[in-house]
Design a protein around this ligand. Structure first.
Ligand code: SF4
Ligand code: SF4
Length: 67
């Protein structure tokens, strides 16, 4: 599985100055890029989908990984 962020739907959001998805990710797999947008590190992600559940704009989806 892979976490995909739809940047057309992603909007500035936050709890205590952290984007919601970053705040709730239990593994620290999401960081903010230079443009402040969230980026998922697939090596740290454990596919719990807490980020997608919490995202207020439904900008995060979980997809089957295809190689
Ligand atoms: S929680 Fe959703 S809207 Fe907020 S930064 Fe993350 S992806 Fe974007
Ligand atoms: S699925 Fe879980 S581990 Fe992966 S980025 Fe989202 S909150 Fe973090």
């Amino acid at each position: 599985m892979v976490i995909v962020i739809d940047y057309d739907k992603c909007r500035p959001c936050g709890i205590y100055n952290k984007p919601v998805c970053i705040f709730y990710c239990p593994t620290g797999a999401i960081i903010q890029g230079k443009d402040k947008r969230p980026i998922v590190n697939a090596f740290l992600c454990e596919d719990c989908f807490e980020c997608g559940t919490r995202c207020p704009y439904k900008a995060i989806k979980i997809k089957e990984q295809t190689f």
